[in-house]
Design a protein around this ligand. Structure first.
Ligand SMILES: NC(=O)C1=CN([C@@H]2O[C@H](COP(=O)(O)OP(=O)(O)OC[C@H]3O[C@@H](n4cnc5c(N)ncnc54)[C@H](OP(=O)(O)O)[C@@H]3O)[C@@H](O)[C@H]2O)C=CC1
Ligand SMILES: Nc1c(N[C@@H]2O[C@H](COP(=O)(O)O)[C@@H](O)[C@H]2O)[nH]c(=O)[nH]c1=O
Length: 576
């Protein structure tokens, strides 16, 4: 019989060879990758359960934030076979909201050994789940720390790869950026006329759709918009669609362009402050967001998108913008599709224009290179900057708990929150905490505050299509999907939005938040522990609910949370 973890009996741990551990961890990384391209954002978690006899009992992956954690999926699939089994996790789970769902699932299922590919890269989560599992008596082996060999190192690499964007978020102020281009065998990305459709084969271009689906945004320069009129959509039939971003100094762009049709996917145009104001207004009227910078510089733009929570960017620009991005150190990985064609042309554009290098010894070397035939083309990919290795910076207990509200050694006067994986991420409306809200037919469960808020834009509207849409938002698989549905329908069908929306939306949000912070004791204590601090939703672009880039936002979400905090503390509530 498989050994189990019960009180007063020492657990018996499975013994696997390094080769077996490595194979299972690689498989966990492959499973983790399943959601990439279909959901956003993209921290990828996979879990595999292997019995002591070496049989796979269950597998699971996190589809999207707010859906069942990979560990819960896997132990449900494994059932009683989990007793005494080993769980393989590509990445340490991030019990960011203090409810330890993943850890509890493994413990309760009777898992006795856990093999972790990499520790969670985010400083405030790093080491917590490993510690929690060990404190429950499970044997935990972290690759590269407790298990070391060549084969283990290779398996660890597959775990680093599958979450490269998240690792970059932990170590850098810019998102993980991939530069992709298609060139002829003689090194051109277009004919001298600028015509480029098409260099690579259909098979290669289908592969590009997959790359787009795995990214939070696709970036091009103004010239590519003028020349190619691209769509930049993922076209993989549903799932996640990346944001489309145009960088343009002049804003000298055509009135009609595929990118201005935001029913396909949203578009942001980033430009220089004051550029063609009238055209900015026109773009806004088409539903395109315009963001201005005093001086348009690719690094500032990428820092801005990092602050907006973007983890990964696909650059599909021409050589001019690519050269600027590479010389600013923004590009981490390259995908070059090389087509067996020759076009010639002294002035035909090339993938990267001037970098200021004069000797071959200055050339940038790629590492971890892969060669793959895609249809008739050759795909060469590799890293321009290696994935940062987080191994040496395991934080001390003090550092780890520094952000734990119950032991905060200092009182910061402003607490910023935004993405759910960041400290205080539970304050975000996207945090995966279902709420029960009263309805005419009794209490109704909503998967998150965001689901409730987005659906209520369309409630009570006398149009069956709008009512169907409420249901669609209600059953959205993640808060991000709910937000995407609600926002896109508000843009496309303003007639479906209830007429009193602007006057009721704060109250609707307040009621949802009150429920959330009443029914989850750990969220309630997290909120109360912030007493004395100003809470600000650090959204750089939402100037109503968020604080804006430079504090220009109204921060209504932060204000509502502070109002609730004072109500919970029994202080007289001040109206926001
Ligand atoms: N085969 C392939 O994979 C691809 C081919 N192409 C081809 O490449 C050609 C276009 O290439 P290219 O002219 O290099 O176009 P880019 O896509 O690189 O766009 C350059 C433009 O980007 C804008 N820009 C904004 N910020 C910067 C910055 N910091 N540095 C540089 N540019 C910035 C400017 O727009 P503005 O002038 O509006 O101010 C600039 O003119 C076309 O023929 C197109 O078909 C393009 C993409 C991929
Ligand atoms: N010409 C060329 C590419 N060009 C890139 O694809 C964009 C067009 O995308 P879409 O309008 O969505 O089909 C274009 O603006 C440029 O960024 N890509 C490739 O994979 N292979 C090719 O041969």
């Amino acid at each position: 019989m498989a050994p189990s973890l019960v009180a007063n009996s020492a657990p018996v741990f499975c013994k696997f060879s390094h080769a077996e551990d490595a194979a299972y961890i690689r498989r966990a990384a492959d499973i983790a990758d399943k959601s990439a391209g279909f959901t956003s954002p993209h921290p990828n978690f996979g879990c595999l359960i292997a019995t002591s006899a070496g049989k796979v009992a269950g597998e699971g992956y996190l589809y999207a934030q707010g859906t069942k954690p990979a560990e819960v999926e896997a132990v449900e699939a494994g059932g009683s076979f989990c007793r005494g089994a080993t769980a393989y996790l590509n990445m340490e789970p991030g019990d960011c909201h203090g409810d330890h769902t993943a850890v509890s699932a493994l413990v309760q299922a009777g898992i006795t050994r856990v093999v972790v590919g990499i520790r969670n890269p985010l400083q405030h989560l790093r080491g917590q789940a490993v510690r929690a599992l060990r404190s429950q008596g499970l044997q935990v082996h972290v690759l590269g720390e407790d298990l070391q060999s060549k084969i283990i190192e290779e398996a660890r690499k597959s775990c680093l790869l599958v979450n490269a964007p998240l690792i970059h978020r932990a170590t850098s102020r810019v998102p993980f950026s991939v530069f992709k281009y298609a060139m002829t065998l003689d090194g051109k990305i277009a004919a001298s006329s600028g015509h480029a459709a098409w260099i690579s084969s259909k098979t290669s271009r289908d592969r590009v759709f997959d790359l787009r689906g795995r990214s939070d945004a696709v970036v091009v320069g103004g010239n590519t918009v003028r020349r190619d009129n691209p769509r930049l959509t993922a076209r993989h039939g549903g799932g996640h669609t990346p944001m489309r971003i145009v960088l343009t100094q002049t804003l000298n762009l055509p009135e009609e362009a595929n990118l201005w049709d935001v029913s396909d996917a949203p578009t942001i145009v980033v430009t220089q402050r004051g550029a063609r104001r009238k055209f900015q207004k026109y773009l806004a009227s088409r539903g395109v967001e315009v963001v201005e910078f005093d001086i348009l510089n690719s690094r500032d733009v990428m820092e801005y998108f990092h602050d907006r929570g973007y983890l990964s960017i696909l650059w599909e620009c021409g050589g001019t913008l690519a050269a600027s991005a590479i010389s600013s150190g923004l590009i981490h990985k390259v995908f070059a599709f090389v087509a067996p064609k020759i076009i010639g042309g002294k002035n035909a554009p090339t993938p990267v224009s001037e970098l200021g290098m004069v000797e071959m010894s200055q050339a940038l070397d790629l590492v971890d290179i892969c060669y793959e035939q895609v249809g008739p083309d050759m795909l060469i990919s590799g890293f321009l900057q290696p994935i940062p290795d987080l191994m040496p910076v395991i934080p001390s207990e003090d550092e780890t708990f520094a952000i734990d509200p119950t032991v905060t050694p200092y009182e910061p006067s402003i607490i910023y929150f935004y993405k759910t994986w960041d400290p205080y991420g539970a304050f975000s409306n996207f945090s995966p905490h279902p709420i029960q809200m009263p309805d005419v037919n009794g209490d109704v469960t909503w998967s998150s505050v965001e689901h409730y808020y987005q659906a209520h834009k369309f409630t009570g509207v006398n149009d069956p299509a709008a009512q169907d849409f409420v249901e669609k938002i209600k059953t959205a698989k993640s808060p991000e999907e709910a937000a995407r549905l609600g926002r896109s329908m508000q843009r496309q069908h303003p007639d479906w939005v209830r007429s009193d929306w602007e006057s009721v939306k704060i109250d609707i949000m307040y009621r949802a938040l009150k429920c959330k912070f009443s029914i989850y004791p750990h969220l309630n204590s997290m909120l109360l522990s912030t007493g004395g601090s100003v809470l600000v939703e650090a959204s750089p672009h939402d100037l109503f609910w968020g604080g804006g880039r430079e504090g220009e936002g109204l921060n209504y979400l932060g204000r509502l949370l502070m109002q609730l905090r004072s109500e919970f503390l029994g202080e007289s509530s001040t109206s926001i």
